[in-house]
Design a protein around this ligand. Structure first.
Ligand SMILES: Cc1cc2nc3c(=O)[nH]c(=O)nc-3n(C[C@H](O)[C@H](O)[C@H](O)COP(=O)(O)O)c2cc1C
Ligand code: SF4
Ligand code: SF4
Length: 264
C-alpha cells in the first residue's frame, strides 16, 4: 500500500521523522511541502497521506496551513498528521483538523512528538544528552505511529487542554502569526559572513537574495530558522542575543537534504 509523506522542515527534525516513518511503512514517497506549495491544488496519489511539520507559535507554519487548504483527498485515503515541537503544541493539530474538515477531509489521527527546540532567538541548542533522550523517544513514538498508520486506525488528535489550546493556538497565534512573514526584519548578518551564499540556497521559500555578497531578507519569511542554523560561519543573527547561542540541526540531516527542499 503506497504512502505519501509531505513535510516541511527548517532544522531537519520533521524530515528525520518522515524518513523514520517511511522506513517502517515501506513504499513511501517523501514530498517537501515547499516544492508543491505554489500548486493550485494538491492531490496525493496514494492510499495513505501524512503531513509532518514543526509547531510555530503554537500553530501551523503558514506554508503548512496554506498547503492543507489546497489538499484534495477522496474519503478512501487515510490522512494523518505529525506535529513536532520543542515545548508544547497546544491546539496546532486541531488547526490542521479544522482546515482539512473545511474541504471534507477527515484527519484520522494527529500525533505529537517532542524534539529538540530550534528557536535560537529565545534559547540555544539543548545539551547532547537531552537531545539523545528526545531522539530515543522519537524512535519509540514512530514505531507506535507506524503501527497505527499501517492498521489504518483512527486515533486522538493530540493537543493540550482546551484552555491552553485556546490561549496559545487561537489568541496568541491569531494575533502573532500575521507578523511572521515580516519577522525577518530582525535578521542581520555579522562580520563573520564570507559570502558563501548557502543561506540563499537553504531558504525553502527563496526569501533571501544575495546583494554585494551579503544576504538580504525579502519579507515573505516562514521563520523556519534554516538560514540561521545552517550558516557555516554562524554569521546570521536575530535581534541582540543570538551570537553566543549554540546552533542546532538534527545530526542525521545534512545541508544537501535541506537544499533539496527549496522550490524550483
Ligand atoms: C518560529 C518558531 C516558532 C516555534 N514555536 C514553537 C511553539 O510554539 N511551541 C513549541 O513547542 N515549539 C516551537 N518551536 C520549536 C520547533 O517546533 C521544533 O524545534 C521543531 O522540532 C523544529 O522542526 P524542524 O527541525 O523540522 O524545523 C518553534 C520554532 C520556530 C523556528
Ligand atoms: S551562509 Fe552565512 S557566511 Fe554564507 S553568505 Fe549566508 S550569512 Fe554569509
Ligand atoms: S529567510 Fe531564513 S527563516 Fe525565513 S524562511 Fe528563509 S530560511 Fe527560513
Amino acid at each position: 500500500m503506497k504512502s505519501i509523506l509531505y513535510y516541511f522542515t527548517g532544522t531537519g527534525n520533521s524530515l528525520k521523522i518522515a524518513r523514520d516513518l517511511a522506513a517502517l511503512l515501506g513504499d513511501t514517497e517523501l514530498i517537501p511541502i515547499a516544492r508543491v506549495a505554489d500548486q493550485q491544488s494538491i492531490a496525493p496519489n496514494a492510499e495513505r497521506a501524512g503531513i509532518i511539520f514543526p509547531v510555530y507559535m503554537w500553530g501551523l507554519p503558514l506554508i503548512v496551513a496554506n498547503f492543507a487548504r489546497k489538499l484534495q483527498v477522496p474519503k478512501s485515503i487515510y490522512v494523518f498528521a505529525i506535529a513536532n515541537y520543542g515545548g508544547f503544541p497546544a491546539g496546532t493539530l486541531l488547526q490542521m483538523k479544522d482546515i482539512l474538515a473545511a474541504s471534507q477531509i477527515i484527519l484520522s489521527a494527529g500525533f505529537g512528538i517532542r524534539m529538540p527546540g530550534n528557536y535560537t532567538p529565545l534559547y540555544g541548542a539543548k545539551s547532547p544528552e537531552v537531545q539523545q533522550k528526545l531522539f530515543a523517544n522519537e524512535n519509540t513514538a514512530i514505531k507506535n505511529i507506524a503501527a497505527t498508520v499501517k492498521a489504518g486506525q483512527s486515533a486522538a488528535i493530540y493537543a493540550n487542554n482546551p484552555l491552553i489550546d485556546f490561549m496559545f493556538s487561537n489568541f496568541i497565534y491569531k494575533h502573532g502569526s500575521p507578523r511572521i512573514p515580516e519577522g525577518d526584519k530582525t535578521f542581520w548578518v555579522d562580520e563573520k559572513c564570507n559570502s558563501c551564499g548557502i543561506c540563499e540556497k537553504a531558504c525553502p521559500v527563496r526569501n533571501i537574495k544575495m546583494n554585494d555578497g551579503k544576504p538580504v531578507w525579502l519579507h515573505h519569511c516562514e521563520q523556519c530558522v534554516s538560514c540561521l542554523q545552517w550558516c557555516p560561519q554562524e554569521a546570521i543573527q536575530v535581534g541582540k542575543n543570538t551570537a553566543t547561542r549554540k546552533r542546532y540541526h538534527h545530526p542525521d540531516i545534512n545541508l544537501q537534504d535541506i537544499l533539496d527542499q527549496q522550490k524550483d
